[in-house]
Write a protein that binds this ligand. Structure first.
Ligand code: 13P
Length: 354
């Protein structure tokens, strides 16, 4: 068992590579039940072979290495092979893509707090991480889920605090194993009916708590990646949906208030936004970030107000359109891969504010 301090610069190197210009992460780490939710609408049974074929579609797309810095895998996929027999981790390495692994075991009801959930998977995590490191995994992901319901007073303080505590413990264990943790407190967009103002308030509160515990647990912030939802009104909000300009302003305000300057990088999840919306909103965030950083530099303040690279780590936002075209049929594969590449190209431009 190792308890030595992590090699901080090596962790920071990986974190920075994950948010390199033009590039971001593909979240291809759907658990077995979540994979089922993605495959069912296109008429595919949720069996191991269909899940393998689903990964094959994306990982064998030529040119992905130009837009993807990393791919988050699900445990099962590490042992799977592409149709031509190449093990998936090897195939990704050939594309120059860094392999990562989802290590949480999903959510369960938080006892005493109906409607809220807590993420499981901390028991035995030290040993699992050591194995993942041996298998070549360079980064990991842990997702916490936060539901907003104003009428019920959610999220509750215990939900935010318990999830923050687990994210910090997970992050410390990852760094001990030489693996960069992605800490993902997802504030749900596709459930609830809250406004953008409420989303901003809750996301800020969640991130403040997360970074308070991360600090207390002596996690090296420069060797971690923060993954969040964009700040925007819920899909079920009564009023108008948030514009890209509103999303950009609210998200950057939230980060400025709650994210320490030395965090290794920030990425967004798509969270149920359409691929186009997730692309346009990412472009708006990075355009505003660049503009405000440039004006601070030319003014008297000097320091950039938004020091972090902000990129993408999308699942549905990258895979959804191609999945619909493919629908499990070999004859549709080429068209589906072309669609995937097209989306990658737009999201990559958006990552640079275009
Ligand atoms: P979506 O982009 O589909 O939200 O998935 C990203 C993710 O990793 C959620 O945990």
């Amino acid at each position: 068992m190792t308890t030595s301090l992590p090699n901080t610069s090596a962790l920071n190197d990986i974190a920075r590579a994950l948010v390199a210009p033009r590039k971001g992460i593909l979240a291809a780490d759907e658990s077995v039940p979540t994979a089922g939710k993605r495959l069912a609408p296109v008429g595919l049974e949720n069996n191991e072979e269909n899940r393998r074929l689903y990964r094959d579609l994306f990982f064998t797309t030529k040119g992905i290495g130009d837009y993807l810095s990393g791919v988050i895998l699900f445990e099962e996929t590490i042992g799977h092979k592409a149709n031509d027999g190449t093990p998936f981790p090897q195939l990704l390495a050939e594309h120059g893509v860094i392999p990562g692994i989802k290590v949480d075991k999903g959510t369960v009801a938080l006892a005493g707090f109906a409607d809220e959930v807590i993420t499981e998977g901390i028991d035995g995590l030290r040993e699992r991480l050591q194995l993942f490191a041996k298998q070549g995994m360079k980064f990991a992901k842990w997702r916490a889920v936060i539901l907003i319901d104003e009428k019920k007073g959610l999220p509750s303080e215990p939900c935010m605090r318990s999830n923050a505590g687990l994210l910090a413990r997970y992050a410390a264990l990852c760094q001990e194993a030489g693996i960069v943790p992605i800490i993902e407190p997802e504030v749900l967009y596709d459930k609830g009916n809250h406004s953008i103002e409420v989303a901003e308030q809750v996301t800020t509160a969640v991130l403040e708590r997360v970074f308070e515990v991360v600090e207390a647990h002596r996690v090296d912030r420069s060797g971690l990646i923060l993954k969040t939802s964009m700040v925007l009104a819920a899909q079920g909000f009564d009023g108008a949906q948030s514009t890209p300009e509103e999303v950009a302003a609210a998200t950057l305000r939230c980060y400025k208030a709650s994210v320490p300057a030395d965090v290794g990088g920030i990425v967004f999840l798509s969270g149920g936004q359409s691929a186009e919306m997730a692309t346009v909103n990412l472009a708006a965030v990075n355009a505003l970030r660049a503009k405000e950083n440039a004006s601070a530099k030319s003014g008297l303040q000097g320091a950039a107000p938004y020091p972090w690279e902000i990129s993408f780590s999308y699942g549905r936002g990258l895979q959804g359109e191609a999945l619909e075209i493919w629908a499990g049929k070999e004859e549709n594969k080429q068209a589906a891969q072309a669609e995937f590449l097209k989306r990658l190209q737009s999201v990559s431009k958006a990552r640079d504010g275009k």
